[in-house]
Design a protein around this ligand. Sequence first.
Ligand SMILES: [Zn+2]
Ligand SMILES: [Zn+2]
Length: 373
Amino acid sequence: MADKRDYYEVLGLQKGASDDEIKKAYRKAAKANHPDLHPGDKEAEARFKEANEAYAVLSDPEKKAKYDQFGFAGVDPSFSAGQGGFTGDFGDLGDIFGDIFGGFGGFGGFGGQSRQSARSGPRRGESLQARLTLTFEEAAFGCKKDLNIPRVEQCPDCKGTGCAPGTTPEVCPDCRGTGTVTTQRRTPFGIMQSSGPCPKCGGSGRIIHSPCPKCRGNGNIRTQKKLNVTIPAGIDDGETVSLRGQGNAGTNGGPAGDLLVVISVRPSPTFQREGTNIYVTTSLSFVRAALGTEIQVPTLEGPVSLNIPEGTQTGSVFRLRGKGVPSVRTGLKGDQFVTVNLETPKNLNRRQKELLQELADISGEKVKKKHRL
Ligand SMILES: [Zn+2]
Ligand SMILES: [Zn+2]
């Protein structure tokens, strides 16, 4: 213990240095003395170990507090660098190693592993979205529509392998086709094992010697795909039709994404729609309403007759069962509701007024004098 240098001194710091300064100083020392950069240099190796030990203590708030107060005696005596006994939190060290190794460009695996494996291996293609505007009737009855979708597809020349016709990819010898390699590193804290994408094949597990000229070895090409889309009867404004596997092609054997067609429905001048029900409004003279009649009402399937019983009041609603829109899920049709608004007759001729006056007299209804003839 006597020959040990003060941990702050090892890292070139003053006592009371901040966490950030400690991290920076360690990074600098570790980088400068890393054994990979100084093969066979015992002094560098010793300095590297020394820096690691200092950092292991100074980066741990509890150990640092004890060290600050009691010196080496405050630090766990069983702690000994290089014996593999360190079981502390590797997260932070992982970050630092990732930074260091990332800087040298050769060592994947300590930092950002998940990021890297997400970049390689089978990956699902992106889902795409398209908009489609329909008339009220097209939405109600369903229809077929052609859509031109720009998307990524599997290369037809190489069937997605990325190899020039007549050639085959070689199984990557480094990872034996798995796309992943596991590396073991002996560090002062023990053996660190990590796995990451194979650097030789980029995680695909295959090596392509003569790439397909059409897709340049990519396996996928950008293209404009014409799709005939079936729109189910009863679809409504703002709803989506999902076409599985019609999005962008996947990579490295991953499945294609989906195509989501978002529907807009143009309003109808005649019909209003709410869910599977349809609403129309019609007007009727008060005479017809009073005496009862039969009227023609527009429906999605053409005009139908509607019986108006005598004495119908304005605002009365009549239901035409099953004349609505089918439900996309069940196929069951909603109803049509007809609201009848009564019209008061205007611009009456002399005879018409006489008759209405007579009606008023018989009913004992008072009307304004000036309307009398
Ligand atoms: Zn190709
Ligand atoms: Zn490989």
